[in-house]
Design a protein around this ligand. Structure first.
Ligand code: S3P
Length: 441
């Protein structure tokens, strides 16, 4: 990772333009992992070339997959075949990426070799016990000082197919268990009380695995994977990431008279919670050209500057917008009225403690914010906030981008201590935003 990069953002006029935000991070990681263990060459268009996905690419290369990009920016992933994953030489350093860490630990848990994982200072603070627990039940053995990275995992020669009820709503944990289940004889099932993003199960089906989803009466879902499938390479078109599109989207809503088109944005219902909440706040967001791309619903979003009002966001909504609370809290701070975002305990274990950092940065910029238990409450007045602060981002790309969006509306500029982590998910963020009319420098 490069040196700390201080950035600042100043108040701007209406935004306008037509952009394609970068490819979906979750789908990009999974394309590389599933392509890496499938038979044949998976051709991927629109892959996110963010630092996090590059870490996953490096890890799969280290375990034998051949991966390259052609002159047209199309990626070609030639997999090793289901049994062919090789023990990596050296440590797999997955940088800032929780998705790389948890999903790759799951993937290698079904192979009888030892892999060592490490990450940056942010990732080494994040809990891995949530994957260690079910993967140990499947027969993997772990060597980790405190349930965090760095750790070594030795996969099981014959992993056990288990049924695992997720104690937290986490697509990463669900995915880790399913990926380990690829190498287990029999059916591996995950029970999730609240539905989280379903890219792993959808893509596994696309690669030829048998995955069944059963809805229980209490609303929980049971996702069941038949072990030992022969995965076959698939062409993949990666839609734009709704979690990245969220930043230009909110910036456009907040600047009066803005008119911005966001192309090809993924609208999987399990990812689209932010759009529903923003519309309830009074946002003008319309969909054009709705279509299916590689099994995912996508559309072009037309966003117009809108006067927003505060709303209540129930905890059930959290899994469908878990990465969007930082930018939603910026929208809330610029709205009129109170926004209460409930049940955000998981935000404490993201790339940073997002609950504390958002509250702290917003307060520094002049907003009225409270944390009550796991709820974040923002009192919007509708008048411009002062800004004029340098906000701590703690190696967290989404905190960084959120405060740069806030700076587009404050009377004094908002600075962030380090924008270098933005490249983990949204390379070219500043250039794309300034192309719409923001003043990020
Ligand atoms: C992701 C799942 C979410 C999300 C992360 C990406 C994924 O994490 O925050 O950015 O690709 O599966 P959790 O499953 O831990 O909530």
């Amino acid at each position: 990772m490069s040196l700390p990069q201080k950035l600042s953002s100043s108040r701007c006029q209406a935004l306008s333009g037509d952009i394609a935000p970068p490819g979906d991070k979750s789908i990009s990681h999974r394309s590389v992992m599933l392509g890496g263990v499938a038979e044949g060459t998976t051709v991927v268009r629109g892959l996110l070339e963010g630092e996090d996905v590059l870490r996953t690419i490096a890890a799969l290369r280290a375990m034998g997959a051949e991966i390259h990009k052609d002159e047209s920016n199309v990626w070609h992933i030639t997999g090793v075949g289901s049994a062919g994953l090789q023990a990596p030489q050296g440590v797999l350093d997955v940088g800032n990426s929780g998705t790389s860490a948890r999903l790759l630990i799951g993937l290698v848990s079904g192979y009888n070799f030892t892999a060592r994982f490490t990450g940056d200072a942010s990732l080494c603070k994040r809990p891995m016990g949530r994957v260690i627990e079910p993967l140990s039940q499947m027969g993997a053995r772990f060597d980790s000082a405190n349930g965090k990275l760095p750790l070594a995992v030795t996969g099981a020669a014959h992993p056990a197919a288990i049924t695992y009820a997720l104690p937290v709503a986490s697509a990463q944990v669900k995915s880790a268990v399913l990926l380990a289940g690829l190498r287990a004889q029999g059916v591996t099932s995950v029970i999730e009380a609240k539905p989280s993003r379903d890219h792993t199960e959808n893509m596994l089906r696309g690669f030829g695995a048998k995955v069944a989803v059963e809805k229980r009466e209490d609303g929980a879902e049971i996702i069941s994977l038949e072990g030992l499938p022969q995965l076959k390479a698939q062409p993949i078109n990666v839609p734009a990431d709704p979690s990245s599109a969220a930043f230009p989207l909110v910036a456009a809503l907040l600047a009066p008279d803005s008119h911005v088109v966001l192309r090809n944005v993924g609208l999987n219902p399990r990812r689209a919670g932010l759009i529903e909440v923003l519309r309830r706040m009074g946002a003008s967001i319309t969909f054009e050209n709705r279509r299916q791309e590689g099994g995912e619903p996508v559309a072009d979003l037309i966003v117009r500057g809108s006067a927003l009002r505060g709303v209540d966001v129930p905890p059930e909504q959290a899994p469908s917008m878990i990465d969007e609370y930082p930018i939603l809290s910026i929208a809330a701070a610029c709205a009129v009225g109170v926004t209460r975002m409930r049940g955000l305990g998981e935000l404490r274990v993201k790339e940073s403690d997002r609950l504390s950092l958002m509250a702290q940065g917003l307060a520094q910029c002049g907003a009225m914010v409270e944390i009550e238990g796991d709820d974040l409450i923002v009192h919007g007045t509708g008048s411009p906030l002062r800004g004029g602060a340098t906000v701590e981002t703690a190696m967290d790309h989404r905190i960084a981008m959120s405060f740069l969006v806030l700076g587009t509306r404050t009377t004094e500029p908002v600075s962030i201590d380090d924008g270098s982590f933005i490249a983990t998910s949204f390379p070219g963020f500043g250039t794309m935003m300034n192309g719409l009319g923001t003043k990020i420098a």
